[in-house]
Write a protein that binds this ligand. Sequence first.
Ligand code: KIV
Length: 278
Amino acid sequence: MTRPDLAATPNKAKGCWTVSRIRKQKGVAPIAVLTAYDATTARYMDEAGIPIILVGDSLGMTVLGYESTLPVTMEDMCHHTQAVVRGVRQALVVADMPFLSFQVSKSQAVAHAGRLLKVGGAAAVKIEGGAIRAETVRHLVANGIPVMGHIGLTPQSVRAMGGYKVQGRSAESARALVADAVALTEAGIFCLVLEGIPAPLAAEITRTVKVPTIGIGAGPDCDGQVLVVHDCLGLTPSAATPRFVKRYAEVGDTMRQAFAAYKDDVEGRRFPAPEHSY
Ligand code: KIV
């Protein structure tokens, strides 16, 4: 029987990254994670050897122009996950579960996560939230769906947090985050994103749990790091770049210059030149 859905399945090549291989990286080598939302960018990341590509719901802001991740839909996530999977040969593709796709019930969470694997072609899903999500994680994992956890500054809770604020600054909230990490690990996550928390707390969580931690704004002692690709490439305004971001290129400036040069050439009748014409 032909299985067209499997055509989109990642990890087609030898040396591919799997959930179990990621787990074994803890204490062996740091894990570099980036977000991607399209096939071309994912292909360059894959060629660079990035082990995990996250189709983050940050695409709501970076690609779709929303002010938060809240409006992102399952359709958006499936569409962009499929594109990323088409660009990848070796990386593990993880798809974010968008706001309200996993909170309503465990069975709805399985249906939505399953769709990201079956239709989107992802190898795993990511869920925001701590101990309150442990039962859902357990249910997903029991149904064969690998889960990446995400605690600390969880952007889908921006309304409850009253903004994008560093979490775990008080002793009480730090203790709660350690308990969240333990609860999610016991529920079966294969790795854990720690976002926007003090570096010493991230180090403590990293020492406490047996799955790799992936930090973003969580200091140097996590088992890996993740950046949003638009931040990494300099595609976000530099004035709005958070402190935890390192801009590895200024692609935004390069794009602006290229577009202006093209416009000048067209308006000055320098493009197309004879070598561009049939
Ligand atoms: O949506 C996203 O890009 C994320 C990362 C920042 C971890 O959740």
